[in-house]
Design a protein around this ligand. Structure first.
Ligand SMILES: [Zn+2]
Length: 468
């Protein structure tokens, strides 16, 4: 059990290149044994927030809890959860960082934020020591994903206030790999990235799953077969795709490397503490860095292993803006079944496959966009991109799936057969029969970041705007 909190790590230490684990004493520990370490860190983290954050003290006093009430890990469930809206309100009342900043503002080493595309952006202030610990945590998880110091990593995502790219960069640097922070988002940049990836002989790729597929299409247009890049590892965050079985298979078939799913939330950085190992059995929850419980979305009590709920995250070594019981709003099922890698962390076998608020209901069926993606990607002849449009033309909801067909299915007969197959497989999976509209491959816009594939027209209809 560690006596000092927050922990300090030797920035020069690394495992031997052939070691499978960075910290086997924690990663492969008997879970009850590791829980003692987790509890000690948790108690120190909670005590720290109590002393330094009016935000937590106010909320915990109102709920009748205090650090003294935290005697076991189960006691954590007595502490109130934090929602993103609570953070936004705290920042509006105490700008810019909110009264959950537990260090002096001048000790903030990095300012990041949400993109702010929906609602008011949230500001992240990361202390210098925290940033080093984030690098340590990410290096450890990346090691588990199979990255080694001789890797050369192409980081193909935005370098902006977005924390994802910087977190990947920091982890790769700490691990000792060669990092190639290419970025994304500028006109013509994907084509340049394709050329540079080849010339620099990159061995690993970081970005979003949709961007990786866009990258592959761009390469093929240039006459480059994506397998020829030689990416051994492709790791992802920002979208659920890398945890969607069919998308994972597609990425691996396209590039010939391992597709690794990662990512919790920017607020929870080190966000790689949801992170798959090389065996790719679903993201492990690296419980001694961030303590995660999959909880009932209404009561926020942890659900038993095997159950479905929303991950609720708690930092264990964060001094700047610690998050204690932050609700993700994502959906996941968790399990404690063993993984062949030897790590004893719980896992999310299907990744984060939806969001509580992404789910839409059509004719009484709960539908997740990831289920549609998974189904389409398993169908031969699917052209790679799709949109979902939900409308209410008459009294009934209508589900329209606009999907691309591959060039191999362009003739009338194969196209009709493809549409029928999509309709049937989606009906079997969703419980609702969709209308299928096929368009040629490449016709639907690709995004370089998070794909937005669902359009719900029913609200417009209700307001009388969609006057059709
Ligand atoms: Zn594993």
């Amino acid at each position: 059990m560690s006596a000092t909190w927050p922990p300090r790590y030797d920035p020069a230490w690394r495992p031997a290149p052939d070691a499978e684990h960075w910290a086997p004493g924690l990663e492969c520990a008997e879970p009850k044994k590791r829980d003692e370490v987790v509890l000690a860190k948790l108690r120190a983290q909670v005590q720290y927030a109590w002393e330094r954050s009016p935000f937590y003290r106010r909320r915990w006093e109102a709920a009748g809890v205090s650090p003294a009430r935290l005697r076991t890990l189960a006691d954590l469930a007595k502490f109130p959860v934090v929602q993103k809206a609570d953070l936004r309100a705290a920042q509006a009342a105490a700008p810019p960082f909110g009264d959950y900043l537990c260090i002096e503002p001048r000790e903030v080493a990095r300012i990041h934020g949400t993109s702010g595309t929906t609602g008011h952006p949230t500001v992240f202030g990361v202390g210098r020591d925290d940033w080093e610990r984030i690098g340590e945590a990410h290096a450890r998880v990346l090691w588990g994903a199979g990255l080694r110091p001789d890797d050369r990593v192409l980081i193909a995502s935005f370098f902006s206030l977005y924390l994802g790219s910087w977190g990947a960069l920091k982890g790769c640097e700490r691990l000792g790999a060669t990092v190639f922070p290419f970025g994304a988002g500028l006109p013509g940049q994907t084509l340049m990235a394709v050329q540079w990836a080849r010339e620099m002989s990159a061995t690993a790729f970081y970005g979003t799953p949709s961007y990786a597929l866009h990258f592959a299409e761009t390469a093929r247009r240039e006459g480059i077969e994506p397998r020829d890049f030689g990416f051994r590892t492709l790791f992802f965050s920002g979208e659920p795709g890398a945890g969607v079985a069919a998308t994972k298979r597609l990425i691996e078939a396209t590039f010939g490397g391992a597709c690794i799913d990662m990512g919790s939330m920017a607020e929870m950085t080190p966000w790689m503490t949801n992170g798959e190992c090389r065996r790719r059995t679903g993201m492990h929850l690296w419980q001694d860095i961030v303590y995660t419980q999959v909880c009932d979305p209404e009561t926020f009590a942890p659900v038993p292993y095997g159950g479905e709920g929303t991950p609720v995250y708690t930092h264990l070594e964060r001094t700047s803006q610690p998050m204690i019981r932050l609700v993700s709003g994502d959906l996941a099922r968790w399990t404690d079944e063993p993984c062949p890698c030897g790590r004893t962390y719980p896992r999310l076998p299907g990744g984060l496959y939806g969001r509580i608020d992404d789910m839409f209901i059509v004719r009484g069926e709960n539908i997740y966009p990831s289920a549609i993606e998974d189904t389409l990607r398993a169908i031969e002849g699917f052209g790679g991109e799709f949109r979902v449009i939900i409308s209410r033309r008459e009294a009934m909801d209508e589900l329209l799936v606009r999907a691309e067909y591959a060039a191999s299915h362009a003739a009338d007969a194969p196209r009709a057969a493809l549409a029928a197959r999509m309709r049937e497989r989606l009906r079997a999976r969703l419980g609702v029969t969709p209308r299928i509209e096929l368009v040629a491959a490449g016709e639907l816009p690709r995004t370089e970041f998070k794909a937005k594939r669902v359009i719900d027209d029913r609200d417009l209809y209700k307001k009388g705007v969609a006057n059709v």
